[in-house]
Design a protein around this ligand. Structure first.
Ligand SMILES: C[S@@+](CC[C@H](N)C(=O)[O-])C[C@H]1O[C@@H](n2cnc3c(N)ncnc32)[C@H](O)[C@@H]1O
Length: 276
């Protein structure tokens, strides 16, 4: 079956997606997925050619809905609780106690999960913080989770998870903070609302500035989808968003030293962190 999206037009689409989101779509890996997405979207919108769809996307999308739908169709949202768990341990055992000591007493400590996908990463921070218990007794901590994909943000707000998603949470912690449901687990009432979830694009300077300043930024498993120029741009955005002395933590396959040299790399046990 022929798709509306030809191989030549794939290039136009991938340039458009790259410019707007930093996501680099490769023909070999992404043509099929994007072509199916455009066929289905064009059929919903009753458009009979790629040209009409592309025109709508670029020039008739004043409220950004069509771009949002496209982003929801092309992102990779894979995540789970306690993924790369050493980093959550570094956060609660070393980073938060250190920041707690140095920040003025009245200041709220702010952590950003960017991107947060369906919420497992920021809720893993919450679970570690409440389980550790000490810092949270004395200091207000605010956790913000952002993602470009509005469907994952809606899911994160509902906080309902599959067995697969919670598999790495120690059993005692799972039964303490979650309610077992027929189709998985729901975060308990005590922790509902503990993360402020928002749809935001890390390349949108206004959206990022409006989030304010942070003391810690987790940005795991997103930069791998970007090319060097986009990684650099995002790393500098994070640098600007961090308070002096603040930290960035990346995914295990991502290295700040290969992107920018403005941070100081430090090792906390097995975890590499980057300080402003
Ligand atoms: C693989 S998930 C990573 C989730 C979590 N940080 C983790 O490591 O488990 C990557 C997420 O990056 C989001 N993303 C991709 N481009 C983005 C952008 N320009 N701005 C914000 N989020 C983006 C995707 O929607 C997706 O949910």
């Amino acid at each position: 079956m022929a798709y509306l999206l030809s191989k030549e037009n794939f290039l136009k689409m991938s340039e458009f997606v790259y410019r707007k989101s930093g996501i680099y779509l490769e023909e070999e890996k992404h043509y099929e997925k994007l072509a199916k997405y455009i066929d289905s979207r064009a059929s919903t919108l009753e458009l009979d050619s790629f040209r009409k769809y592309f025109f709508k996307l670029r020039f008739e999308d004043k409220d950004g809905e069509e771009f949002q739908a496209l982003m929801n169709g092309v992102t990779v949202n894979e995540t789970y609780f306690y993924r790369e768990k050493d980093q959550f341990e570094a956060l609660v055992n070393k980073i938060l106690p250190e920041l707690h000591k140095t920040l003025p007493a009245s200041k709220t400590l702010r952590i950003l999960s960017s991107p947060c996908s369906t919420g497992e990463e920021p809720y893993s921070m919450v679970l570690h913080i409440v389980e550790e218990g000490k810092v949270i007794e004395e200091r207000d901590i605010e956790i913000v989770g952002i993602d470009i994909d509005s469907t994952v943000i809606e899911k994160a707000k509902k906080a309902k998870y599959t067995e697969r998603s919670v598999h790495a949470i120690p059993k005692g912690i799972l039964s303490k903070w979650f309610n077992k449901k027929s189709l998985g687990y729901e975060l308990g009432e005590d922790l509902q609302g503990s993360v402020d979830f928002q749809v935001a694009n890390v390349f949108d300077k206004v959206q990022m500035r409006n989030l304010g300043k942070f003391d810690v930024i987790f940005s795991r498993n997103m930069l791998i989808y970007f090319d060097d120029a986009s990684r650099k741009e995002v790393a500098m955005t994070f640098y600007d968003m961090l308070n002096p002395g603040g930290y960035v933590l990346l995914g295990h396959a991502e290295y700040m030293s290969r992107i920018v040299s403005v941070f100081t790399a430090k090792k906390i046990d097995n975890t590499l962190v980057y300080q402003k």
